[in-house]
Write a protein that binds this ligand. Sequence first.
Ligand code: CA
Length: 225
Amino acid sequence: MRLLLVEDDLAIRGFLRRALGEAGYQVDTATDAKTGELKALEGSHDALIIDLGLPDMDGLDLIARCRAQGSSTPVLILSARRSVDERVRGLEQGGDDYLTKPFALAELLARIRNLLRRSSAPQNDSVRLQAADLQLDLVRHEARRGDQLLQLTPQEFSLLEYLCRNAGRVVTRTMILDHVWRMRIDTATNVVDVHIYRLRNKVDLNASEPLIHTIRGVGYVLKDA
Ligand code: CA
């Protein structure tokens, strides 16, 4: 499970990153709203934890911007604003839960577990991804193009899932390496290209329209022609 923490306070950020890491979560962080927005829109997090008092933008506006751009990732608001009005506003603006500072770590962890449980419930349909005639079943780890079952390795499935979650948006090699392989490699590497090549041979080979497209010098995008 991967979380994004948007918090400008160094002490709280450090504490939460460590505590959430120890609780078994992968934690990305952002210290301002602009960076938080970019990371949140990558769509690779299972939940967002957003502080309201951010240096460049109100956290509520950040949440509204993410929602307006199609992000449905659950959001836990973390704020020193305690009034009922503020809390209601936070929930109306697209937050899913609200925790006031100071908070007990045990309560934060319980609320995150709760958010993740709610969002992974089958009625949210988050177990399936679809783009054109491509379907991914995230529980069974099965991918189909039309009615044909694709034989993918776990790595190829993860790569296809990432492309599918970002359908219509260009993803760079660095983003792919970061999210699928969990590594950051600054030097040129062809591991992504090799896997894309293999994936294409399975996804697009017998199809009338290719879904995986190369954006020269930038990366890849999964989209309908
Ligand atoms: Ca703050």
